[in-house]
Unconditional design. Structure first.
Length: 99
């Protein structure tokens, strides 16, 4: 695990206390140097606005590498994880749990 990815996951955990954070993917150049990564967050159903939370996280988390976030409310995540046709199901099967 690249330390910058875990640092970002830890910062996000401190900001919004998600139920889970998954590493969805990471891209490296031909030399094996990290280029970018994608995280999925499962947050409480009590979060009023997913889009506002997403914007706040991008604004507050500083990282030397480009990263993407995918956010799910817990109830939405639980429903989607049961359906093999969804991205959430794929994340649950192949993603690495960071938090």
């Amino acid at each position: 695990m690249h330390p910058e990815i875990q640092t970002v996951a830890n910062e996000i955990g401190n900001i919004c206390s998600p139920k889970h954070i998954y590493l969805v993917s990471r891209k490296e150049d031909t030399a094996g140097t990290l280029v970018s990564f994608k995280l999925a967050l499962v947050v409480s159903d009590k979060v009023e606005s997913i889009s506002e939370l997403e914007c706040a996280l991008y604004a507050k988390v500083d990282c030397d590498y480009p990263f993407d976030l995918v956010l799910y409310r817990e109830s939405e995540w639980n429903t989607l994880c049961a359906d093999q046709r969804t991205f959430a199901w794929k994340i649950a099967q192949t993603g690495s749990v960071l938090l």
